[in-house]
Design a protein around this ligand. Structure first.
Ligand code: VAH
Length: 318
């Protein structure tokens, strides 16, 4: 086991729930500390040595956690997602940016060695092609969430360039998982649909049938994250945030995959405010830089993901 003490914020969130398990297997559960807003009882079956229920914007409490647990590496995942952020811009900025700067400052002071922070394809906006969007293109986000993620990317690059802080980041596409329900994201239709397919054999999508978005199965997202955090610094050429494209599909295409497994499944469409958010994002992403720098690869396509999601969700919902 590597001797690392790892802190995960947003530990009970969609990414955190799975990352805890994978990091515990690598570093030993006792070396993993999780933070979240949820009460401690919610962390009972998550692979964590310690779970602390607290507000990630409480910098005094954060400082205490880092010192008391002798944290060496932070995975700072806590964030308000795109849908939720639109309803409260000041709160979204406060949650999505201030704690990141706190951790960048601690890394500058060498209080922590290494930091991971998730960006998102939400940093992309108008004035660029919709398909195969490259690593270095103009970033014109039009959502509160995208603006906060673009700012975060620039802070990461600033602290690397000025203070050699080892902060690493990935622009996640929409993430699909069965362990923790997603919440507040525009791409979360692609999670909700599986729950409804099993429970009601029908789903009303808030995104239009032909709107393609970049998506990724959580297993692949976690593997990519761990790979980025393991490689040596000289393999990293991007210190804003790496594109991760995964796979691109529309609600109609995902419904067709589900119908192969649940033949009576039906879908209809009632787009809401999140349709405009989805339309501001690319439909596919070029992630060749991540593949070249640190060997990014994927194991799940839409068919394998659909089978795995339904298999595991049926057990979970039983
Ligand atoms: C959201 N799931 O929908 C997130 C993601 C690309 C979107 O960042 O807000």
């Amino acid at each position: 086991m590597k001797v690392e003490k790892i802190l995960i914020t947003g530990a009970l969130g969609q990414i955190g729930t799975e990352l805890c398990g994978r990091l515990s297997a690598l570093y030993g559960t006792n070396n993993i500390v999780g933070l979240g807003l949820e009460e401690e009882s919610k962390a009972a079956d998550i692979a964590l040595g310690t779970y602390i229920s607290m507000d990630v914007t409480d910098s005094v409490a954060l400082q205490k956690v880092i010192e008391e647990h002798e944290i060496t590496t932070v995975y700072h995942l806590a964030s308000l997602l795109s849908g939720t952020s639109e309803s409260n811009p000041p709160l979204a900025w406060h949650i999505n940016v201030d704690p990141l700067i706190f951790f960048l400052e601690r890394a500058k002071e060498k209080k922590i060695k290494k930091l991971f922070w998730p960006s998102s394809i939400a940093v992309f906006g108008g004035g660029i092609p919709k398909t195969n969007v490259g690593q270095e293109v103009p970033l014109n986000p039009t959502t509160v969430y995208g603006i906060s993620k673009l700012a975060g990317e620039k802070w990461c690059e600033y602290y690397f360039n000025k203070y050699q802080v080892d902060v690493r980041s990935i622009r996640y596409p929409g993430l699909i998982s069965w362990k923790a329900p997603a919440g507040g994201g525009t791409t979360d239709y692609a999670v909700d649909i599986f729950y409804k397919a099993i429970q009601e054999q029908r789903y009303t999508s808030f995104i239009k049938e032909n709107t393609a978005l970049p998506m990724l199965y959580m297993e692949d997202a976690i593997s990519a994250t761990l790979k980025l955090m393991e490689v040596s610094q000289d393999q990293i050429s991007v210190r804003t945030s790496y594109n991760l494209g995964g796979m691109s599909f529309t609600p109609q295409e995902l419904a067709a995959e589900i119908k192969k497994e649940i033949s009576e499944f039906k879908i209809d469409y009632e787009p809401d405010f999140r349709q405009a958010i989805a339309e501001s994002w690319p439909s596919s992403i070029n992630d060749s830089v991540a593949k070249k720098d640190w060997g990014l690869q994927y194991d799940f396509d839409i068919t394998a993901m659909t089978k795995d999601m339904l298999l595991n969700l049926k057990k979970k919902l039983r």
